[in-house]
Design a protein around this ligand. Sequence first.
Ligand code: PLP
Length: 363
Amino acid sequence: MSTSYRPARLTIHAASLRHNLQVARDAAPQSKVMPAIKADAYGHGILQTAEILEDADGFIVACLSEAIELRAARIEQTLLVIQGHQCVQDLIIAAEKNIRLVIHSEAQLALLDQLAAQIVKVALKLDTGMHRLGIPAHLAATIYRKLQAHPNIHPDIWLMTHLACADDLRNPYTNQQISLFEQATESLTAPRTIANSAGILGWSQSHRDWVRPGIMIYGSSPFAYAGHDKARDSLKLKASMTLQAPLIAIKKLQKGDAIGYGSAWICPQDMQVGVVACGYADGYPRHAPSGTPLWLNGKRSRLLGRVSMDLIIIDVDNINAQPGDLVECWGKAINVDEVAHLSETISYELFCHAGNSCTKRYL
Ligand SMILES: *Cc1c(COP(=O)(O)O)cnc(C)c1O
């Protein structure tokens, strides 16, 4: 899609990305830090983000093609691929480009036997309760030893797992996962990694040799939306993405006038509204309800009626505004976590959609 001429614009704040990386480092001072830059760095642009975060010790991505793109751009840090290899060709490329693969299933082991002389770096992923990717934890030692004995596997084999419920600080599942991981691997000496953003900021007992911050790097709280103590600002995280669009019309409506598709909002009094050139085609969530906050000329405004494809309508009744003024949908003034919560989704999804839809500028 050609997005260059759409009015909505996405600004990426390099200083915030670097600041948030430092927050991760400070929270896990004994660990090396490997930011997650999958899904185009949560919509922030994978190559630009890798360059901005040049101080990171490594990066984690979802699939091999992302790692290949990073190597082609001369990103030289450790790269870990969550989905690992699906065929022998993947193994050959990973060996050649020094890309570390996650081994998460026994089916992947069989493919190793088809290699010639290549040596592959791997991380063995254990399923400790997420039940997504990973081999059952009780097989850890057996499979680890198999990998150690394999002529095509580099002897530096990592151990990893992923937390399912770390965003909920009262949930005992996280400690159960950590214990199971420890139990299953206690006989093994190997670099370990468990923590995502929520683990880094909320569960210091999950820190190991490497930590894997994702959403916190992008300035959003990893914790379930629950008031102030774990909100973005109290965690000292800074917004790294701002979605803005211009007002393109202002109009006076009368009490009883209906706004937008489905006439879903009715003016309770005579009022002034503004039309903003941003909609769900730009990644603004279709499910944002009336009342969702936006920021205009130093004041909080609110969404009125349904979100359209390219437009939204907002309240400008007490705001001094004119066409051309920029409205912030989320960023430094409007917390993306609030918009996501009201829209019954998470910031991760808003970032990915906006990143896919809008032209990005880097500050
Ligand atoms: C995406 C991902 C992360 C980062 O998760 P956040 O919740 O964004 O911090 C860490 N580890 C793995 C395996 C992931 O897939």
